[in-house]
Design a binder for this molecule. Structure first.
Ligand code: AHG
Ligand code: MN
Ligand code: MN
Length: 338
């Protein structure tokens, strides 16, 4: 249960503090990371809200009216998170979908015991057509000893090792959803006061799915078991009620809708991309942690996604994520796909 009085307004800061108070051993470091991430999310949100104006103020690659160089929003989002998170003394390294190697903590700042992995702007190609985009993040405890810089080994941990994860959706409103392993909680940004307010405590995802999200332009590259599974979701083999197909093409937006409404998002392996497209560490694992905390499930087609041991920072993994019944169906029907 959520420990706050029902009649009061709960800001994300207050919620984080109240959650932390339940653990006498907590040092407040993880709370600090979440708090800083919420600040970064507000900054990215304000940039995303001005996205359509970039053409007016100066297109990417050119200089704007103030003579400043315009950057693409995913580069801007990457810089915002890096700058918001590098100096708190809580992280020993970061990694981003936008950067090839580990992002080191600058030498003037202290290193801490956590690592942060993130997708700064998910679905960024949708920005140009005014469709929701998001940010995804994952926090793990370092495994290398000491207080120096974090190493690759600290990043290459399976998803079950995550201590916190979440996403921000820049949709019709901006929302942040996070978990520290005690349920998944959602906060909506009130732009008039610049605060995230608790709007979706303890999210539970329905066991049965309403929505199917998959890009079936790849059908000809799928294996036969994947094709059969998708036919079943669509009710074509008469063994399942047809699900409604919804595909935004921004993982965060597709995932968020299905989390609240029930359903499954799939990015299967195909012959062109044998591990699918989505990144295990920046996209799959954090959303899998949220989904499991909300009563759902996530697999890579063969095993529980969060048990996959990564070997590369930018590793991709096929993804089936959402309502329990639908993910169980995928597990059963893909058994022959090995
Ligand atoms: P990103 O913008 O971070 O690179 O992610 C794009 C991803 C994800 O958001 C979406 O679900 C997927 O790409 C869509 O891929 P397809 O166009 O191949 O369906
Ligand atoms: Mn992405
Ligand atoms: Mn991205």
């Amino acid at each position: 249960m959520i420990a706050h009085s029902d009649t009061s307004i709960v800001t994300i800061d207050r919620f984080i503090i109240e959650q932390e108070a339940k653990f006498p051993e907590a040092t407040g470091e993880l709370s600090g990371i979440l708090y800083d991430l919420a600040v970064a999310a507000k900054m990215i949100s304000s940039k995303v809200r001005r996205a359509g104006l970039i053409d007016i103020l100066g297109a990417a690659g050119s200089d704007n009216v103030q003579g400043e160089h315009q950057q693409k929003l995913d580069v801007i989002a990457n810089a915002i998170i890096t700058k918001a998170m590098d100096h708190g003394g809580r992280l020993c390294a970061m990694a981003s979908e936008e950067e090839e190697g580990i992002i080191a903590i600058p030498p003037q700042f202290k290193c801490g015991k956590y690592v942060l992995l993130f997708d700064p702007l998910d679905g960024s190609s949708n920005i140009d057509v005014n469709v929701p985009v998001g940010t995804i993040f994952s926090v793990m405890r370092r495994v290398t000893p000491g207080t120096g810089h974090g190493k690759l080994k600290d990043m290459l941990q399976s998803g079950v090792k995550q201590v916190a994860a979440g996403y921000v959706i820049y949709g019709s409103s901006t929302m942040m959803v996070y978990t520290t392993g005690r349920g998944a909680h959602g906060f909506t940004l009130d732009p008039s006061i610049g605060e995230f307010l608790l709007s979706h405590p303890d999210i539970r995802t329905p066991n049965a799915g309403k929505y199917l999200s998959v890009n079936d332009a790849y059908e000809r590259y799928w294996s036969e078991p994947v094709r059969a599974l998708m036919r079943r979701y669509r009710g074509l083999d008469t063994q399942h009620d047809p699900m409604n197909v919804r595909y935004v093409g921004s993982l965060v937006a597709d995932f968020h809708r299905n989390l609240l409404g029930g359903g499954i998002f799939a990015y299967p392996a195909n012959t062109k991309t044998p591990n699918g497209k989505l990144r295990l560490l920046y996209e799959g694992n954090p959303l899998a942690f949220i989904c499991e905390q909300a009563g759902g499930a996530a697999i890579n087609g063969r095993q529980r996604l969060m048990e996959v041991v990564p070997t590369e920072l930018h590793e991709r993994a096929p993804l089936y994520i959402g309502s329990k019944n639908e993910v169980e169906m995928a597990t059963r029907m893909l058994e022959t796909d090995r």
